[in-house]
Design a protein around this ligand. Structure first.
Ligand code: HSE
Length: 431
């Protein structure tokens, strides 16, 4: 049994758990592999932690760890797409250290370059923990489904957002209160805006697209909508109508009539009928559904955030490295990954949920229906709840199928109508 020497940079929620497991020992460590945590780096050396790392070499500067002779593999758990995490990852691979990271923002932006560098220097580079916490989704696509053409991915990819939406419904609590709760439980990102505004799910959708199709859209090119505007009332209306609201990362690929591949990719909240599997994925649980050519439809679920599940993914990468697994990090040569791949607006038509807050006076409904008529959008049903106290009304409209672009145009007209108080909430209905 040869000894694998590990250096961890970043002892947050996940880093601390990885260190703890390495020191304590986990299943395969007992008889198959010998690991030693030889170096750590963190903001604070003295902070009280779940595990005592005082006997382990401490680096104030993680970059020095990347050039240390003692370390075989750097485990980067600092996070962020620029700054020290980026420098550390590039410098590790340049210094002939293998690299394991959970940094989705970095992989979504520089994954191809890092993979090229790893291949050039014949190093192990993996990032299982960057998507869906403890679920081995990258391994599933990269290895289990390797012979399949994948055409579509649908994922609940952000545990915090899913926790917030589920908890708002179950506890009948407001958004802010539930967010604080999620932060206290250690699910949220350092900047929770990433969770709430869909950025975190977008990073993960980009990484999944790279593995599934070899196409990597840029974050700027993705249509992204978060869950900030969703109220408890929205959740209640949807419930009454037979739906759950879920933040989904979607991507699909198909050929147009000229045989050119088109990529569709978005992150936004959807209404999902309660008969769909994804609608029952609650709390911090993530799920990914994959449409593949031979294996058909495959769905995998599990804990998408939290120290232990995410550490499980990091440690599995460490075991793969120890096993001598020859890995193409994205399941193909880095050279074959198309960076900054242009995404297209959805061509498919969907039903929509619209919630509007309006002044409760005559003519408002007529003005609204005129806009719908002008854009040729047919209404399926309307719910109106009046608030007599402040003479306003909440309107919920379900449309028949229309395209996203037409709906967006109609919304621009609706916002300008006299009597429409707040920006309407508009959500696609998954079917
Ligand atoms: N903040 C992330 C989530 C953690 O809530 O899913 C794992 O990426």
């Amino acid at each position: 049994m040869s000894l694998l020497k590990i250096g961890i940079a970043g002892l947050g929620n996940v880093g601390e758990e990885v260190a703890y497991q390495l020191i304590k020992g986990f299943r395969v460590q007992k008889n198959l592999f010998k690991f030693e945590l030889v170096a750590v780096s963190a903001k604070s050396k003295k902070k009280k932690r779940k595990v005592d790392v005082s006997g382990i070499r401490f680096f104030d500067d993680p970059l020095e760890m990347a050039s240390s002779q003692d370390v075989d593999v750097i485990v980067e758990l600092i996070g962020g797409d620029e700054g020290i995490a980026k420098k550390l990852c590039f410098s590790a691979l340049q210094n002939n250290k293998s690299l394991i990271t959970a940094n989705k923002a970095l992989i979504a932006k520089y994954g191809k370059e890092l993979a090229e560098l790893a291949e050039k220097n014949n190093l192990f580079f993996s990032f299982e923990a960057s998507v869906a916490g403890g679920i081995p989704i990258l391994k599933l696509i990269r290895e289990g489904l390797i012979v399949n053409d994948i055409t579509k991915l649908t994922g609940i990819l952000n545990g915090t957002a899913n926790y917030i939406l589920s908890e708002m419904e179950e506890a009948e609590k407001g958004f802010e209160e539930v967010l604080t709760d999620a932060q206290n439980k250690g699910y949220a990102e350092a900047n929770p805006a990433f969770d709430i505004d869909g950025i975190d799910a977008a990073h993960k959708t980009i990484i999944l697209s790279a593995l599934a199709y070899g196409k990597m859209p840029s974050l700027e090119n993705l249509s992204i909508q978060g869950i900030r505007d969703i109220t408890l009332n929205d959740i209640k209306y949807c419930n009454e109508l037979g739906f759950k609201i879920k933040l989904l990362g979607n991507s699909s690929i198909s050929k147009n009539i000229n045989g050119v591949e088109e990529l569709f990719c978005s992150v936004k909240p959807w209404l999902i009928g309660k008969n769909y599997g994804l609608s029952n994925v609650s709390g911090v649980i993530n799920a990914v559904q994959i449409e593949s050519s031979l294996a058909g439809s495959v769905m995998i679920t599990g804990a998408g955030a939290g120290g232990e599940p995410t550490a499980s993914a990091v440690l599995a990468d460490i075991v793969d490295f120890a096993n001598g697994t020859k890995l193409f990090s994205f399941g193909r040569k880095a050279y074959d990954i198309k960076n900054n791949f242009q995404t297209m607006p959805y061509k498919e038509k969907f039903k929509f949920y619209l919630r509007l807050n309006v002044v409760d006076k005559s003519g408002i409904l007529a003005d609204l229906t005129t806009v719908f008529k002008d854009y040729n959008i047919s209404i399926e049903s309307v719910i109106q709840k009046s608030n007599k106290k402040d003479k306003t009304a909440e309107l919920v409209i379900i449309t028949h199928k229309a395209s996203n672009t037409v709906l967006d145009d109609a919304l621009r007209s609706i916002i300008k109508l006299d009597g429409v108080i707040t920006k309407p909430v508009c959500l696609n209905i998954y079917s």
